[in-house]
Design a protein around this ligand. Structure first.
Ligand SMILES: Cc1cc2nc3c(=O)[nH]c(=O)nc-3n(C[C@H](O)[C@H](O)[C@H](O)COP(=O)(O)O)c2cc1C
Length: 348
């Protein structure tokens, strides 16, 4: 989850504290927030980046420090480019576009179409700049590998650059990257292939998709299924099934597990492993989704900030076990005595 707490793209002590907290959680995988592959690919000036040596050094240092104090947990990182949503204020300052003369920059996009009608249009990318962005994804993947990241996820959701290519709402190009389904998926596939070629085959590479735009005339679940098939054939290890974000006209039927059907349909129709996300909050709910074969993985966002020990509590509820740091071994309440798998701490 974006923390908007980086300085010039560099991880700070906030990330040390935040990552440390998540790495204590007992989760199967902790995913680091959307991390920009270029400086203008940041959503806000506070977004994390992995586009230069300083960013790489800061991420490596803070992650190493956090990992040294915590039980071993696999760490993924989400590589992203904000597209036309770049140059925005951090959410607690309103989240609106920052004008260029107020310290912002001109966001880039497939077409010169603004996200909201009252906003100035972004700059449409030409073929040369597209090739540079593809290469930036590859360079950031290389940096992530050096920083000890175990898995990567490419952000193709939520109205950011790669989703903007997929969706006819943001993509009005008339060249090889716009128009038909085949043309709209061409640039995202090019990025996927380039990153897959760079990223070691034994390390997983997933994709987060907005599986529907929730707007008439937008990207659809059927298109997501066909796109997932192409990604799986190219070595994609999971589809993280999210939705929306490309248009303020979206109508999302919010409710518990409101995106699970997207993970289910994609899993059944394309054979992709899927990750379900969105208002999954209880252990029983998460367990039922996996048991029903709707998804292979469960991702949680807000629920983890609310309760960073969610996994411990879920393990206690489901009769499973987690490995806490030894300093916390004596914390288990009586009714969850087995949650640390019988590991004991002596006392004197
Ligand atoms: C503060 C905040 C930051 C987020 N940052 C990201 C992000 O970096 N990448 C991403 O794909 N989704 C991001 N999301 C969306 C969440 O990952 C998740 O898909 C969404 O909140 C629904 O899941 P939940 O109900 O478990 O929170 C963010 C959401 C919030 C509230």
């Amino acid at each position: 989850m974006c923390q908007y707490s980086a300085v010039d793209g560099c991880a700070t002590d906030w990330h040390l504290v935040h990552w440390g907290q998540l790495l204590m959680s007992g989760a199967g995988l902790v995913t680091i927030e959307a991390t920009a592959v270029t400086v203008d690919g940041r959503i806000t000036p506070g977004c994390l980046g992995l586009y230069d040596d300083a960013c790489e050094a800061a991420l490596t240092r803070q992650l190493d420090r956090a990992r040294r104090q915590c039980p071993p947990i696999a760490v993924a990182l989400q590589l992203a480019h904000a597209g036309r949503k770049g140059s925005s204020h951090v959410p607690w300052e309103g989240g609106q576009l920052i004008a260029k003369d107020a310290g912002g920059w001109t966001p880039v996009a497939p077409s010169a179409l603004p996200h909201a009608p009252q906003e100035p249009p972004p700059a449409a990318l030409d073929a040369q700049r597209l090739a540079a962005i593809r290469d930036a994804f590859v360079a950031s993947a290389r940096r992530a590998g050096r920083a000890g990241i175990d898995a990567l996820e490419l952000h193709m959701a939520h109205g950011y650059l790669l989703h903007e290519f997929l969706s006819p709402i943001a993509n009005a190009r008339t060249d090889a990257y716009g128009g038909s389904f085949e043309r709209r998926i061409a640039f995202p596939l090019e990025v996927f292939d380039a990153v897959r070629a760079e990223w070691p085959a034994k390390r997983p590479l997933g994709v987060r998709l907005s599986c529907t735009d929730w707007v008439g005339g937008g990207w659809t679940l059927d298109e997501s299924i066909e796109f997932a098939r192409r990604l799986v054939a190219r070595g994609c290890d999971w589809i993280d099934a999210s939705s929306g974000g490309v248009s303020p006209a979206q109508k999302i039927p919010l409710g518990p597990g409101y995106q699970v059907h997207l993970a289910r349909e994609i899993r059944r129709a394309s054979g992709a492993r899927t990750m379900a996300v969105g208002l999954i909050t209880t252990a029983a709910q998460a367990q039922a989704i996996v048991a029903a074969g709707d998804a292979d993985l469960i991702a949680m966002a807000r629920g983890f900030l609310w309760d960073p020990r969610w996994v411990w509590h879920a393990a206690a509820a489901l009769g499973a076990a987690v490995a806490p740091p030894p300093q916390y071994l004596r914390s288990a309440p009586r009714d969850a005595a087995g949650v640390f798998g019988g590991a004991n701490a002596g006392q004197r």
